[in-house]
Design a protein around this ligand. Structure first.
Ligand code: NA7
Length: 536
């Protein structure tokens, strides 16, 4: 493929970026600012990534909008006005479209361009990236901005292809929307996406049947219009606000309380949970400092939520089925707006697939536990092949033709979640074993993009052609990430954090727990001349 500029390296471009979500857009902006030629390939027809695809009813961020936004440009963060405490999908998508226009990014983005392979040429130290249409381009650096939760998981239910109604997945929502009014609907799954969609669908549908495999802990989001005064106060010193957040455990203000749940009398403990339940939001999980460390502490939060479910849901059998039995918070805590209340509606029914497994999809609906549920629409809210799924879908080959997928067959192996040994000049933004999904994603993305851009600048200044991690540094990082998780309760659930939602996927923790410690470590690595990386 020909381009206007041929780089010093004789490649079509200096850098290729895959994906035009939060990560890809900022990466492009940084690369351009460094005077590099860069192009973004994006499979969708527009920018937005996650926020392009997850357009299901009720889709909303569960980090507060004043925090879930870019901070790299002061004018941008001042001018954009958020309207709600938690922004809904259309507002975030509009924000990202605004960013693309404001920084004139679209001229270097190719839409409708799905990358199918990326192959490293060792002699030239260049990546060749190929699209599904057969086009190719070469570049020195290849940056995967492919998202942590972008490869949707559609379970292989027998007979799916025979269904005569509409099938949709929350993570690949039809652009034209779905009209549920008067329809009989099945929702499979009860994770974050389902919990947001179910109350909205129930309001429109004639009948809604929810197929649940694992009951979910959910707390009220407490969404509301954003008080202009709060917004004004934050913007008066946005920099200080961001700095404060960056020092918090997951890089967002959850009002962390550094007290053990077992160190306070039960009545005070419940009063703290109650206050946070009323306030709404993920701050509930930050009520005490040992909820994901001590089983006994954890039980106090779990019991509180279970009591809430029993108080909200009028049918005791349904309330019992909706009450989770696993460790609180080791699957992602959900934030909802009337989720449990929805099961009091006469048009909503819960089916526990542990008692009544989904056996098949028929032309007229689903068969579960011997019963046929006739439906017009099936919504799969069955999540994603998290963190590695989007990379696995691309045939990525490094030195000696090594396939990334093969290297990661027993679990992802990276250094800092940024690079994997044997794949020089290939970077992953918020890749596996970085803090990513355990943080506020936007600051995490910015931190990674800045690291990558600075590393590229470092290479150019010194005339290096390639960078990759040193094997011992990578091994030590993999062990470090695993050891942190092993000291918590996270390994006790079948969560997507561990890859446990995907049949056959190795069960290893896929993200680093702790944001400030990670950022500190990255700074230290740079200060020590990119310790653990090998330049050539
Ligand atoms: P999640 O959180 O992975 O939820 C998926 C749900 O689908 C969950 O309840 C799963 O049950 C269920 N599931 C998955 N496969 C099946 C099959 N085969 N049968 C029945 N039920 C199934 O994905 P979401 O999209 O809700 O949220 C992902 C993240 O996106 C979210 O945390 C935010 O960060 C944004 P399981 O719990 O695995 O038993």
């Amino acid at each position: 493929m020909s381009t206007d500029a041929v780089t010093d390296a004789g490649a079509d471009l200096d850098a290729i970026v895959v994906g035009a979500g939060f990560a890809g857009l900022y990466m492009l902006h940084r690369l351009r600012g460094m005077g590099l030629t860069a192009r973004v390939y994006e499979a969708a027809d527009g920018v937005g990534g996650t926020w392009f695809w997850n357009a299901y009813p009720g889709a909303r961020c569960d980090i507060e909008s004043l925090e879930y936004s870019y901070q790299f440009d002061e004018a941008l963060q001042q001018e954009w006005i958020w309207t709600e405490r938690y922004a809904a999908q259309p507002e975030i998508l509009a924000y990202l479209e605004h960013v693309a226009d404001r920084f004139d990014l679209r001229r270097d983005i190719r839409f409708g361009a799905r990358v199918v392979s990326a192959v490293f040429d060792e002699g030239a130290a260049l990546w060749t990236v190929a699209l599904d249409g057969g086009e190719r381009a070469t570049a020195r650096w290849c940056v995967m901005a492919t998202g942590s939760l972008s490869s949707s998981n559609l379970p292989a239910v027998p007979g799916l292809e025979t269904f005569e109604g509409l099938v949709c997945h929350t993570g690949r929502w039809p652009r034209s929307g779905v009209d549920f009014s008067g329809r009989r609907v099945a929702v499979i799954g009860t994770g974050s996406s389902a919990i947001q969609a179910i109350p909205e669908i129930a309001r429109q549908a004639a009948r809604l049947t929810v197929f649940q495999r694992t009951a979910t802990y959910s707390v009220p989001a407490g969404n509301a219009p954003l008080d202009p005064e709060v917004q004004r106060r934050v913007k008066a010193d946005y920099r200080a606000f961001r700095l404060r957040n960056s020092l918090m455990p997951i890089g967002a203000d959850f009002d962390h309380r550094d007290v053990s749940a077992l160190a306070v009398p039960p009545a005070d403990r419940d009063a703290e949970y109650e206050a946070r339940w009323r306030r709404g939001g993920a701050c509930f999980a930050a009520a005490f400092n040992d909820l994901v460390i001590s089983e006994e502490a954890n039980r106090t939060a779990a019991d509180f939520v279970r009591a809430k479910i029993r108080a909200i849901v009028t049918d005791p059998v349904t309330a019992e089925a909706l009450s989770p039995g696993h460790t609180f918070g080791c699957k992602r805590l959900c934030l909802d707006t009337g989720y449990y209340e929805t099961f009091n509606r006469p048009n909503v029914r819960l089916v526990d697939v542990n008692r009544a497994p989904i056996e098949a999809i028929l032309p007229e609906g689903l068969k579960a536990g011997g019963e046929v549920h006739a439906v017009d629409i099936i919504v799969f809210a069955t999540g994603f092949d998290a963190l590695t799924g989007a990379l696995d879908r691309i045939d990525i080959r490094g030195r000696g033709g090594l396939r990334l997928k093969d290297k990661w067959a027993e679990g992802a192996r990276t250094y800092l979640g940024l690079q994997s040994e044997g794949f020089p000049n290939l970077f992953t933004i918020t890749g596996p074993q970085s803090p990513s999904v355990f943080t506020n994603m936007v600051p995490s993305i910015e931190q990674h993009v800045d690291f990558i851009a600075d590393c590229i600048a470092h290479m150019r200044e010194r005339g290096f052609r390639s960078v990759e991690p040193h094997r011992p540094a990578e091994d030590a990082w993999v062990e470090h990430v695993g050891a942190i998780a092993a000291a918590t309760l996270y390994p006790t659930c079948n969560s997507w954090y561990l890859g446990a939602n995907i049949p056959g996927k190795p069960r290893v923790i896929l993200a680093h727990l702790g944001f400030p410690t990670y950022v500190e470590r990255c700074r230290d690595v740079v200060a020590k001349g990119y310790e653990g990386f090998t330049f050539a």
